[in-house]
Design a protein around this ligand. Structure first.
Ligand SMILES: Nc1ncnc2c1ncn2[C@@H]1O[C@H](COP(=O)(O)OP(=O)(O)O)[C@@H](O)[C@H]1O
Ligand SMILES: N[C@@H](CC(=O)OP(=O)(O)O)C(=O)O
Length: 419
């Protein structure tokens, strides 16, 4: 059994859905497939705007924005389907109604709750269309609502999977199907039947969870790039393909902000020794990248650029040392506010913390630590991380930058500079 994951970029047009179907046809002739699919293109971003408008009390705007998304999906379905169109429309219509009902309500709960009820619909739309298209071209498959399978807690927008319950449900659901299983990434459901999401770009993680539970031969993630490269090819056209990588290396790259694989994807695979293949959606003959437990030596420098960074300067009010107590208070606040620092540098009575520039979070952090620290914030920064750097290369990359902070270990250098 193999698990495939197609991301938003691989299903963002009629041609790409047709191309995905051709890949599925080819591979399903040889093996049993479980397929996880994300929302089409930038649908999740568009649904976020619907959730924001709804929560701000702008009902008409929310309905209008949702109408645009709805029509885009209907148009795609119309182009792709003839025999299957009516059945597909009926299923899509149930989802339209699910959201439109909610949009007519007044928000009385947390934003995160409504966000998940609205945003989860993107994956339900895309998988419905792809599933009916596969039927249309005689590729038998079974569409499953992953909300009946992936059980989570109610930590909306970043829900945690309840493993025992999910394990039973994944095994049962796949066992009950004798053809291709097709379902959604990124979303789940609480015991109270409330939809949840697993964190942005979380479909890779869903695919890894299925692969782990099913003991898959491997997980293949189809991308619009050759494979994992030593930098984002959109920003660095000279980027080279990395044909083999270790789980260790990829988890580090993802942690430092490489957008190509979701950081949570690696653990479920590493735990069961399941290889991860990152393959080129546009040219299946290319080798792609194989990620496994095996150590890979002599890697070239790997670069990760993280934009929209802020540097928070904290200094104790009373000149007391930044010892155990203030540090543990700070990390507690990080936990409470769901903040992951991208870099921390400490001195005797001061600390500098680099974070994604999210004004709300920074304000909350400043308030929470104000009894111990004076707080200053620098914005408009970029964080460049180079793994396996040579001093010369690090120097060349940052020679013309207005540098604010540098941190180095033997393997990794991080440079924070003004944009
Ligand atoms: N090191 C890297 N190697 C390859 N692609 C990268 C890397 N870093 C960032 N990317 C970007 O990741 C994108 C693919 O990931 P993503 O947009 O999440 O795809 P999808 O939504 O289809 O899963 C590529 O288009 C590429 O620009
Ligand atoms: N659609 C979700 C989940 C996801 O993983 O998407 P993608 O595979 O396109 O990165 C998001 O955009 O966050």
């Amino acid at each position: 059994m193999r698990v495939f994951k197609f991301g938003g970029a691989s299903v963002n047009s009629i041609e790409r859905i047709q191309h995905a179907a051709a890949i599925i046809r080819e591979y399903s002739a040889e093996e049993r497939l479980v397929i996880i699919i994300s929302a089409m293109g930038k649908t999740t971003n568009a649904l976020e705007k619907v959730a924001e408008a709804f929560y701000a009390g702008k009902k008409e705007e929310a309905l209008e924005l949702f109408g645009v998304i709805k029509n885009q999906h209907i148009t795609t379905a119309k182009y792709l389907l003839v025999k299957q169109y009516n059945a597909c429309y009926a299923q899509l219509n149930d989802f339209f109604t699910e959201v439109e009902w909610l949009l007519h309500d007044k928000p009385v709960r947390d934003y995160a709750y409504y966000y998940d009820q609205i945003v989860c619909i993107g994956e339900l739309f895309s998988t419905t269309i792809v599933s009916f298209y596969l039927q249309e071209v005689d590729i038998n498959n079974t569409w499953l609502d992953v909300r009946d399978i992936i059980r989570t807690d109610n930590n909306f927008r970043n829900a945690n999977i309840q493993w025992t319950e999910t394990e039973t449900r994944v095994k049962q659901a796949v066992e009950d199907v004798d053809n291709i299983v097709l379902t959604q990434g990124f979303i789940g459901c609480t015991d109270d039947n409330e939809s949840t999401t697993l964190g942005r770009e979380g479909s890779d993680y869903t695919a890894a969870v299925f692969a782990n539970i099913l003991g898959a031969e491997n997980l293949t993630i189809w991308k619009d790039v050759e494979g994992v490269m030593n930098a984002d090819p959109k920003e660095f056209p000279e980027a080279q393909l990395l044909q083999t990588l270790s789980f260790n290396e990829v988890i580090e790259m993802a942690y430092y902000g490489a957008q190509v694989i979701h950081p949570k994807t690696i653990k479920p695979l590493q735990n069961k020794g399941i290889p991860l293949l990152v393959k080129c959606f546009l040219d299946t003959s290319l080798p792609g990248t194989v990620i496994s437990s095996q150590r890979v030596k002599n890697l070239p420098p790997i670069m990760v650029v993280k934009q929209h960074q802020a540097l928070i300067h904290l200094r104790t009010h009373d000149f007391s040392f930044v010892g155990e107590q203030p540090m543990s208070q700070l990390y507690q606040v990080f936990g409470q506010l769901n903040i992951t620092p991208n870099l921390v540098q400490s001195g005797a009575i001061s600390l500098q913390i680099c974070l994604d520039n999210n004004s709300d979070k920074i304000e909350q952090l400043a308030t929470a630590v104000s009894n111990t620290f004076d707080v200053q914030v620098e914005k408009d920064l970029t964080l460049l991380t180079i793994r396996h750097y040579t001093p010369q290369q690090a120097e060349e990359r940052t020679a013309d930058k207005n540098i604010v902070l540098v941190q180095k270990t033997k393997e990794t250098t991080q440079v924070l500079y003004y944009n």
